[in-house]
Design a protein around this ligand. Structure first.
Ligand SMILES: Nc1ncnc2c1ncn2[C@@H]1O[C@H](COP(=O)(O)OP(=O)(O)OP(=O)(O)O)[C@@H](O)[C@H]1O
Length: 620
């Protein structure tokens, strides 16, 4: 197994987060599969930890091709998000246990065909508690939670009607970080990332509404190197722990994890794991192969242990741009994207197949009313850039959610939307966590966020599994061969053609594709792989030809059968005519008949009238 067996059960987990142990070099199995242009770089974090990373010219392009609507052993059937009614919102007293079961269903059906059905973006809302400042000025609470994923916003002016919104789940102010892990649906995303899907969880909302708190906890917690089991840790650390649990549950698979962490600051993409002295921005490019945007030359860290993922998070959190304004002392001044790529190598039958899943955690900078945040100078410039990119995001969401409009979606108008394009309307699985504040002074921003979130709920994506082109080809050819063999067998049986089945396959004249074991397939040189693919293609063609011939024979037989039955009908009709003539004649005996049902001579031809006839003749 490329990945070292993780030790993550809450009781047995060993956590070395603050130790200065260097990360392990990438396993040799991985080295072979990386592009030759990749170079290994070593960076040292501020706490002295080595981040050994591979800088690949095009991380996305090296990832192989897409397989739509196909299945491989172990891929999950896509399950629709639960409807609103089945997911109760978290109550103030902390009850909410019934939701776990309904979300967990998504992991079932692991042998079913992978559907390419559309999937709605899952939208949950988290309401932060009233803070000390708001409490000190006795700010009014504007929100009510009637349950069933609903939020009621009281009218801000007298006589104004309350507005009701509904979502998949609503986390009330009393909800804990653990509740968000359990009931937001993030576990499903992680499970799907392990299965090969591209998944994204992003937090959206106004400044100070709790986005960073939801993802990484209170300010400074991650950087302080707190235990991974600290109650305040956000979704990211909790997801890392859950991810390693999932990997441990698949001992038959090889996993390779790679992580990257970037921020979009003033419309420039910066590498948070390799900030360098000059903070040179990275380019966002379009990949023709994967048909998505990617960041060129992004630092990617091989993560063999849970500890490695924590180091990546900690380093990125130290390097991200944070500022202060009147609404948030630790305000994110950039959008950040933390990505963990999960490569899974699995052997099923004779095929070794690799899937490339991904989980992105996106912490968006909050929208700001610059008047309220009293922004000036640098903070004002940051706020303008943040608001501009969020406006483009909002426009894309509005366009995508309107099923009637099929027009242009302006992804290219900002770096943020370029990088989120695939999550919003592409081939990914997406969770949006809309963060809001409950107080009256934030009312209009809260309404805006709730409207955004309601729109996002209507967006559909079409999740697909990413596989290596070679694996995808061999897998699909083998499936086709199997389907054709089954058809062949069926046709031969129907036509009573002799079939010699030897346990491995049917005895065939020209077919002799070698059965290569899973391990051997992996070690085969390129030339032999090409030969194997060619053999499969030849076998395919031969089976197709034979099946076509069998179909022709079957059609001929069907035609003959039809002719025969017509002839039968004609003869029967003739017999009827003869019989009717006979019954009309007093001297000719009537047609033969079956003997009475139930008599001992059932189904034996008798001629009831023949005895009568003999009587008649004797009488005459
Ligand atoms: N659910 C919560 N429980 C307790 N404290 C919270 C909660 N949500 C937010 N806070 C606190 O409120 C403050 C602001 O939250 P946070 O920095 O996460 O907001 P933000 O939406 O990320 O803001 P910005 O967009 O400006 O970065 C922080 O001190 C945070 O710890």
């Amino acid at each position: 197994m490329a990945l070292r067996s993780p030790q993550v059960s809450s009781s047995s987990m060993v956590y070395h987060h603050r130790q200065n142990t260097p990360m392990r070099a990438p396993p040799t199995a991985l080295m072979r599969n990386l592009s030759k242009s990749a170079e290994t770089l070593v960076a040292t974090t501020r706490c002295g930890k080595e981040l050994k990373a591979r800088k690949v010219r095009s991380t996305e392009q090296a990832e192989g091709s897409l397989v739509k609507g196909s299945s491989s052993g172990g891929l999950p059937m896509l399950v629709k998000w639960e409807d609103n009614d089945s997911l109760k919102s978290r109550s103030r007293n902390g009850s909410g246990s019934s939701r776990a079961a309904s979300l967990d269903r998504s992991t079932q059906g692991s042998n079913s065909a992978l559907s390419s059905e559309e999937d709605n973006i899952n939208v949950v809302v988290r309401v932060r508690p009233v803070n000390d400042k708001e409490r000190s000025i006795r700010e009014q609470n504007m929100l009510e939670f009637p349950g069933k994923g609903q939020i009621v916003c009281q009218g801000s002016a007298p006589g104004q009607k309350p507005k009701v919104f509904s979502y998949n789940v609503v986390f009330e102010p009393a909800a804990t970080q653990e509740d968000v892990l359990e009931y937001s649906g993030i576990k499903r995303l992680l499970e799907m990332a392990v299965q090969g899907f591209s998944c994204t969880a992003f937090c959206y909302g106004q400044t100070g509404s709790g986005k960073t708190h939801t993802l990484t906890g209170p300010p400074g917690l991650v950087e302080s190197g707190a235990s991974p089991f600290a109650a305040d840790h956000g979704l990211v650390v909790r997801s890392f722990v859950y991810l390693f649990q999932l990997l441990r549950d698949h001992p038959d698979c090889h996993f390779v994890l790679k992580a990257s962490f970037l921020e979009i600051y003033n419309e420039k993409v910066m590498d948070l794991l390799n900030p360098g002295t000059s903070r040179k921005p990275l380019q966002v490019r379009w990949s023709k192969d994967s048909r998505s945007f990617y960041v060129e030359n992004l630092f990617t860290v091989d993560c063999e242990q849970l500890d490695d993922l924590f180091a990546v998070l900690e380093e990125g959190m130290r390097n991200r741009s944070v500022g202060s304004h009147s609404m948030n002392a630790h305000s994110s001044r950039s959008h950040t994207v933390l990505s963990v790529r999960v490569r899974r190598d699995e052997s099923s039958r004779d095929v070794r197949c690799s899937t490339h899943g991904k989980i992105n955690f996106v912490d968006l900078a909050g929208s700001e009313m610059t008047k309220r945040t009293n922004s000036t100078g640098k903070t004002l410039e940051e706020a303008n850039n943040i608001n501009r990119s969020l406006m483009v995001l909002g426009y894309c969401i509005a366009q995508l959610s309107d099923g009637r409009k099929k027009g242009h979606i302006p992804y290219r108008d900002s770096k943020l939307t370029k990088l989120l394009a695939d999550s919003l309307a592409g081939n990914g699985v997406t969770l949006m966590i809309a963060c809001i504040s409950p107080t009256k002074s934030n009312f209009s921003e809260t309404l805006n966020t709730l409207r955004y979130a309601a729109r996002a709920k209507k967006i559909k994506t079409k999740p697909i599994v990413k596989m290596d082109a070679r694996d995808a080809l061999i897998l699909s050819l083998q499936r086709e061969v199997q389907a054709l063999q089954a058809e062949n067998m069926h046709l031969r049986t129907a036509l009573h053609v002799q079939v010699d089945y030897d346990g491995e396959g049917y005895s065939r004249r020209n077919r002799g594709t070698p059965q290569v074991s899973a391990n051997k397939l992996y070690t085969l040189p390129q030339t032999e792989l090409v030969e194997l693919v060619q053999l499969h293609m030849e076998e395919n063609t031969a089976l197709r030809q034979e099946n076509t011939e069998l179909f022709v024979v079957r059609d001929q037989l069907l035609r003959e059968q039809e002719l025969l039955s017509r002839e039968n009908e004609r003869l029967l009709k003739k017999l009827e005519d003869v019989n009717s003539v006979c019954t009309r004649s007093p001297i000719i005996p009537a047609r033969p008949a079956y003997s009475d049902v139930g008599s001992n001579d059932a189904n034996i031809w008798t001629n009831r009238t023949s005895s009568t006839n003999s009587v008649i003749s004797s009488n005459s």
